[in-house]
Design a protein around this ligand. Structure first.
Ligand code: INI
Length: 155
């Protein structure tokens, strides 16, 4: 008989860190609100959520890695927004941040969920930081709960 392992969306008992970049805080603030809403609605106790602020996307991987390595959290949600500017600066930032959080998750074995928006315009970013269904922070919270519950079972 095949043993199927799946994560539920029950957040009870999970400890979660949100790492939020202040850069583009019009967007990242909405994403963090969405993430908090998603965690609470799925049963995570607010005492079990730590909300860590960092200056920009480039600083998200180091803070996420430290949080993950601390052993205090079942998952980390990395929240940032990289919006295209006049130069290719944004591409370097987005690439390093993306590689950095993926590496941090693999190094620590703790899931770090990608609650990040990369967009060409502010309007596109606003669209993805909107209400429940279209808020990337909210969906990142659901992903964090699901993958944390999978990892708990896989060991
Ligand atoms: N940080 C962001 O979070 N988003 C951006 O779009 C961005 N751009 O394009 O400049 C950005 N820059 C700041 C960067 O993340 C660092 O905080 C800074 O370079 C200091 O290390």
């Amino acid at each position: 008989m095949v043993k199927k392992i799946e994560g539920t969306l029950d957040g009870k008992g999970l400890k979660i860190a949100i790492v939020q970049s202040r850069f583009n805080d019009l967007i990242t603030g909405k994403l963090a609100e969405g993430a908090l809403d998603g965690l609470i609605r799925h049963g995570v106790d607010d005492e079990d959520i730590h909300h860590i602020m960092v200056p920009g996307s480039f600083e998200v991987p180091i803070a996420s890695k430290r949080a993950a390595a601390s052993g205090k959290y079942d998952a980390v949600i990395a929240i940032s927004a990289v919006i295209r500017g006049a130069t290719s600066h944004n591409e370097y930032i987005a690439a390093e941040m993306t590689k950095g959080i993926a590496q941090a998750a693999l190094d620590t074995g703790v899931p770090i969920v990608y609650g990040t928006i990369t967009s060409d315009t502010l309007e596109q970013a606003v669209e993805r930081a909107g209400g429940k269904g279209s808020n990337r922070g909210y969906t990142a919270a659901e992903t964090a709960i699901e993958i944390a519950n999978v990892i708990r079972q896989v060991g």
